[in-house]
Ligand binder design. Sequence first.
Ligand SMILES: Nc1nc2c(c(=O)[nH]1)N[C@H]1C(S)=C(S)[C@@H](COP(=O)(O)OP(=O)(O)OC[C@H]3O[C@@H](n4cnc5c(=O)[nH]c(N)nc54)[C@H](O)[C@@H]3O)O[C@H]1N2
Ligand SMILES: Nc1nc2c(c(=O)[nH]1)N[C@H]1C(S)=C(S)[C@@H](COP(=O)(O)OP(=O)(O)OC[C@H]3O[C@@H](n4cnc5c(=O)[nH]c(N)nc54)[C@H](O)[C@@H]3O)O[C@H]1N2
Ligand SMILES: [Mo]
Length: 775
Amino acid sequence: MGRKKHPIEDSDVDLSVSIPKRSAAGLPSLSETLPHAIAYMGPSRAWKTLSAVNQKDGFDCMSCAWPDPPERKAAEFCENGAKAIGWEAEPLRIPSDFWAENSLGSLERRSEYWLGQQGRLVEPVYKAAGSDHYVPISWDQAFGIIAKELKALDTPNQATFYTSGRTSNEAAFLYQLFVRAFGTNNLPDCSNMCHESTGAAMGETIGVGKSAITYTDFAKADLIIIMGQNPGTCHPRMLTALEEAKQAGAEIVAVNPLPEAGLINFRNPQRPRGLVGRGTDLADQFVQIRLAGDMALLQALSKRVLDAERARPGTVLDRAFIEEHCQGFVGFAAHLATLNHRDVLEATGLASRDIDELAARYLRADKVIITWAMGLTQHRKAVPTIKEIINLLLLRGNIGKPGAGPSPIRGHSNVQGDRTMGIWEKMPPWFLDALQREFGFDPPRDPGIDAVDSIRGMRDGRIKVLVALGGNLVHAVSDTGVAESAVRRTRLSVQISTKLNRSHVVVGEQALILPTLGRTEMDRQGGVEQFVTVEDTVCAVHRSVGPLEPIAPEVLSEVAIVTRLAQAVLGHKVPVDWAGLRLDYNIIRDHISHVVPGFEDFNTRIREKDGFILPHGPRDSRAFPTATGRAMFTVNDVETIRVPAGRLLLQTLRSHDQFNTTTYTMNDRYRGIKKGRMVLLVNPLDLAELGYQDGGYVDVHSEADDGVDRVLPQLRLVSYPTAKGCAAAYFPEANVLVPLDSTAEGSNTPASKSVIIRLEPAAAPLFESAAGRRP
Ligand SMILES: Nc1nc2c(c(=O)[nH]1)N[C@H]1C(S)=C(S)[C@@H](COP(=O)(O)OP(=O)(O)OC[C@H]3O[C@@H](n4cnc5c(=O)[nH]c(N)nc54)[C@H](O)[C@@H]3O)O[C@H]1N2
Ligand SMILES: Nc1nc2c(c(=O)[nH]1)N[C@H]1C(S)=C(S)[C@@H](COP(=O)(O)OP(=O)(O)OC[C@H]3O[C@@H](n4cnc5c(=O)[nH]c(N)nc54)[C@H](O)[C@@H]3O)O[C@H]1N2
Ligand SMILES: [Mo]
């Protein structure tokens, strides 16, 4: 199994742009996907993986946290799930001589796409201080190096332990146990850059930071409002649930600056007319909002609800619900009375009639679901914006009843479970107390640091060791330039990963890569096949078992790596039988059942049918575990981002063919962009006003309070139907433009969807050759 060349160029030489698509597909048919999967994995692996993904005895798809329907289809995966599986399960290994052939200096000049195409990591490798090469080493040597560096720290708080959201519940639980036993709460995770704003807003207002609906609620709703989310690309199986809801009579509204294909129209290839016909027009209303305008829109909607109640007293608000379960209504209503309509129009960029129409839909509906993702969470005012979703829903009792509720849609497939397992820099005291009772040591009580603060800590020399259980922190976090020089200042960086990415080549003085098994692979310990568990976005916990033989016998599972690391670092410091936990994951689950509420009898219940759904007070019984025991109306001030003349507001988002920092191909089919990623989508009116033309090139500068000039050079302009004043570019490339200090108030999530930019004319890039790279 050697390296092979893929037929896709790794540059923008052949970039082409066509008209964006109006419709998207959800679940493809097996016959449609198999040929592509076979090209990557070969027939046997393709069949084994695709027939097992999201099935009851199979593995959980790693492409997103969308839940499985009660009745599974034969092909229960989407096109992007198949890509994620192919990317992981392609039987291609990085050979041992790769490390001698490729210096770090040369790897640093490679793109994420190229790095990801080199194959699976299959042996631990180490870069010594002063060296420009990794060399293969043994597992024992690797754990020895980490133990030595961690023990040499002045305090455990000089290390930070990142987690990405693919880690299983079992591995995550042990990882946080190890980190806390080591002596720190420095447990940043990808959620810090993702739905942290959601957790902060929902935690305060309803007491639980998770979706308050289950899968079957979609088909019971009268109205589903999808805000700041692109399910056609990021949660394609959601389109099936939306189609079913639509057929059952629900109205669907998309609130987005971009007319995203899946939101407008949906072709279901598993139905005959989906392949040939026009598909289902999903959205009854497309609200083309200005970036960061959602708080104003939500307040305007709530105000119309209150106006309607005034016009028809006793018929609009759910008075009984508000009186029995809520607090703060009077202050909220009084504050809305001061809402200025002109401010709303300016912030949203909408016409009054758009808002009236959506308000009328909300008032007509008895059961309303609001879903959202990164379009709401990655703004300065993300937390109060999401609180306004709760305000709007509370007014008419749209929570804790069938077919209604707030539903954040998580990204990484187990990011929610990892948090439930204790991956958080500020787990509450009850959790730490439970750990103490279960394991007999006193966990640290001072809060730890999140992802952005970890970068600050490395930048300032306070953090000397970075350990990452998955992910690609340096390229996922904002301000790439700052993040890269921060990581380079560490004494040791450790990545536990399946495949190469930028965080393996921009590293500390010393660096280690520890190869691990992925979701598609069998995990045998002591000769016995183990399974792991995950939690999806609607709190359903279920098993995951990989169908494939491991890519190489030397590769360890995440659980094995974490327990061996703990043994090497902690010795007998805490009374935990790490080796026993490694050999039998049931014992890990027994501990979880004693520590984490809702997991009682874990080992029995997880083996029943589909697993189980975690309890959720607001959803199940309108019990709100907030500070007051009631759902909280909150008062939030609308703030309009004032974009100076000649500037635009930039959002950074995903193409169809990427998973976060992983690029599968250079295409973004639904948006009509092919063979290139270095593009800036701009409204045609803005192009004309700024004096540019479609196809021209610009250097993009971001304008921040700190006065630093951050530049992304030579982007090709694409005339695109985005909301006026709002541009879009792809992450992670555009992360160079997002200042580290520009974060959401109350969650510290990078405000990567509201960056003020200035364009400067640039020459078209010169390409060395057809297969060449940008100079
Ligand atoms: N194929 C694929 N699937 C994925 C991922 C992936 O990269 N690729 N990533 C996974 C992860 S970790 C996550 S978190 C999710 C991300 O899922 P999404 O949040 O859907 O992903 P983004 O590409 O960030 O898209 C944000 C959407 O919000 C809109 N938007 C941006 N700003 C605003 C705003 O101010 N207001 C409103 N109303 N809309 C706005 C954008 O136009 C875009 O449609 O997907 C998960 N699934
Ligand atoms: N500008 C901007 N920045 C963003 C965002 C944005 O919208 N705009 N989105 C943010 C969001 S929502 C998120 S969630 C973060 C994502 O941040 P991360 O989760 O850190 O990044 P990923 O790209 O998902 O990580 C991919 C890497 O994970 C490793 N990996 C894959 N599978 C496994 C596995 O099973 N086990 C282990 N141990 N490793 C594995 C592989 O090495 C792969 O290269 O990025 C954030 N950054
Ligand atoms: Mo995410």
